[in-house]
Every structure is written in C-alpha cells, then in structure tokens.
Design a protein around this ligand. Structure first.
Ligand code: PEP
Ligand code: MN
Length: 350
C-alpha cells in the first residue's frame, strides 16, 4: 500500500503516518518526491484498513497491485539518483557512469597498472573482484581482504570510486567497510538472505541480473534490498543464458527500457559478461548507451592472456580508450556526458 501525502503536508504529519504504520507492526518507507512525499507500507498481508485517509496531510491511499512496490514507479515517479559521499559522481542523472577494471584483483601491480589507465580513460569507478564466484572450485577465488586493501589504495591514489563483489555474509561485512558500492553477482540475485543483508548495508548496491531471471524476478530481487531500508540500488543487465553459442551470454538490451518504464532505479549494462568476447564488448557498449543505459561496467586488463579470470572478454587499455571516445559521442547526442572525477585527473597530471 502507498499513502500519498498532500503537497503541503508537514514533516510532523508525515512522521505521524509513519509512526502509525510502525505501531501496527509494519514498516514505513518515506519516499520524498519532487512534488510530494509518498509513504510505502511493507510487511502487511493484504489491505491495511487503519483510517489513514482520515489523518491530517494525507491525500490518498493507494493499493499497489504489482508484486514489487518500493522499486515501482507507481510509488516513486522520479528517477532515483545514487550518490557517493565525498564525490560529485552520481548514477541515474544525465551523466553516464563508467565502471572499469579487471575481473579480479590479482596483485597490487596489476591493479595499479589497470587503474591508472581506466582513470586516464575517464572511468569514475574502478571494479575488481576480491571474492570471485567461480564455476570451478579449483579456479582462482580472489585475494580476499588483501584485494580489498589494494582497492582502497587505488581509490586513494587515483580518486576512483571502488566497486567490488560480496559473495556471502562474511565478505559483505568486509566489502561494506572498503567499497563505495557493493556488487551482488548474477549467481546471488536470488540469494534472499544476502539481499536482505545488503538491504541493511550503508553503501549502494550494484545488483546484477541472474542468468535466467525474468524482469519481474530482477525487480523483486531489488525489492528485497529496498524493503530492508537501502534505497540506493543500481541494476545491471549482464546477459542471460540462451540457446545461442556465438557469445557467452545474450546481452538483453531490451530490458533497459523495460526496467525504466516500471522502475525508478538506475540501470547500467555489462557488455563484458554480456558477450564474453573481447571484440563484441565495444559494439554492445555503444548499443547499451544508445538504448538508454545509465552507465557501463567493463572489464579491462593490461595483459588479458595472463589474466586469472575472464581474460577473453577483457579489453586492452587502448581499446577501453577507444570505447570511451565512441561512448562519449553517443552520449553527446543523447545529452549524456561522462563527468570527470577531479581528484583522479589531478593525480595523473602530476
Ligand atoms: C563479475 O563482475 O566479474 C562477475 C562475476 O559478474 P556476474 O555476477 O555478472 O557473472
Ligand atoms: Mn568477470
């Protein structure tokens, strides 16, 4: 259910409605909008008939019929803008967000070499796994906390914001300490206890679509995170499994406008996992921006032949530069620039 407050409703009136919801044992989610505040109710089974429409400041009480509520545009018509404390970078506004880096943090030298190049190329975020969900238990599993420490040094040196994956409860505790945005991977999209834990985290969540997830399942996964009080979720289309075998996955670009129609959450695209093949990454990155993605996450490696994971789909740094040039031009046509990260530029020009 959704309680829409009047345009002129006071903070006290909003608070009184929230208190009433909580006193009934439900959860109140106050969602300020450009025009007015809406208050979502979760935790209820069916309609709550508690006379909310009689309360001061209440305009109307709406039953939300969709299974996802807090992620829905019905509840919040304005786009969500995810912000990062201490940085001017946002995701979900006109600017495009670019997240780039290796699949996995392998060592300090590797991370720094790649970070230097992606910062120079104009990425605002550095990605890299310290905990890797691998199909084989014998494959490289990541450096763990050491990898997180290397990423923290990268942030310090280049001014890039850090994005890295949490694979379970323990790693989420640590990733939350070090990262600016916590990635939840495709294989964990329906790990409901992890989604709830992410909902209690104090950092934004980058939620990747599961390899066979429908649009509704994808939005329901995000709903888990929001329902626990974390409203800073960025969705990521990273390809789904289909019958085709010319790519690793099929990057479903049509999900981007479909999500944008139903939800206020930002959505970015991952053409690296979405294709699995280096030569297809740049064309699909261009297409993703053209279709309206709020940003890209791209794997880059200075020596992909020797990468410990996903070398086949990692761009060489020069290819990343070329991708950025092309994406900038497409962004210009759409009125979407790629904002610079000032500290990084300062460090590099030294
Ligand atoms: C990754 O980003 O390296 C990764 C493992 O992604 P996904 O969960 O989409 O496979
Ligand atoms: Mn990868």
């Amino acid at each position: 259910m959704l309680i829409v407050m009047k345009v002129q409703a006071t903070e006290d009136q909003v608070r009184a409605v929230c208190q009433k919801i909580e006193s009934l044992g439900f959860r109140a989610h106050s969602i300020p909008g450009a025009q007015r505040t809406a208050i979502g109710i979760t935790g209820n089974q069916g309609e709550v008939d508690a006379g909310f429409d009689e309360m001061p400041g209440v305009q109307e009480v709406i039953r939300v019929s969709k299974p996802y509520k807090l992620v829905s545009r019905d509840v919040k018509p304005d786009n969500t803008v995810v912000r990062f404390p201490g940085s001017s970078v946002t995701i979900g506004e006109a600017g495009l967000a670019v997240i780039a880096g290796p699949c996995a943090i392998e060592n300090r030298d590797q991370a720094f070499r790649i970070a230097e190049r992606v910062a120079r190329g104009g990425a605002q975020f550095f990605r890299g796994g310290a905990y890797k969900p691998r199909t084989s238990p014998y494959s490289f599993q990541g450096l763990g906390e050491e990898g997180l420490q290397i990423m923290a040094e990268v942030r310090e040196r280049f001014g890039l914001l850090i994005v890295t994956e949490a694979v379970d409860y323990e790693s989420l505790d640590l990733v939350e300490k070090y990262a600016d945005m916590i990635q939840l991977g495709a294989r964990n999209m329906q790990n409901f206890s992890l989604l709830k834990r992410a909902g209690r985290a104090r950092k934004p969540i980058l939620l990747k679509r599961g390899i066979s997830a429908t649009l509704e399942e994808f939005l329901m996964a995000a709903e888990y995170v929001l329902s626990e009080g974390n409203y800073n979720v960025v969705l990521c289309e990273r390809g789904v499994r289909t019958f085709i075998d010319h790519t690793r996955n099929t990057l479903d670009l049509s999900v981007i406008p479909a999500v944008q129609r139903l939800s206020h959450l930002p959505i970015i695209a991952d053409p690296s996992h979405g294709t699995g093949k280096r030569e297809k990454v740049t064309p699909l990155a261009r297409a993703a921006v053209a279709v309206g993605a709020d940003g890209l996450i791209v794997e880059v490696h200075h020596d992909p032949d020797r990468a410990l994971s996903d070398g086949m789909q990692s761009l060489y740094p020069d290819q990343f530069d070329a991708l950025m040039g092309q994406v900038r031009q497409i962004g210009d046509v759409l009125g979407r620039n790629i904002a610079a990260v000032t500290p990084a530029a300062a460090v590099i020009s030294k």
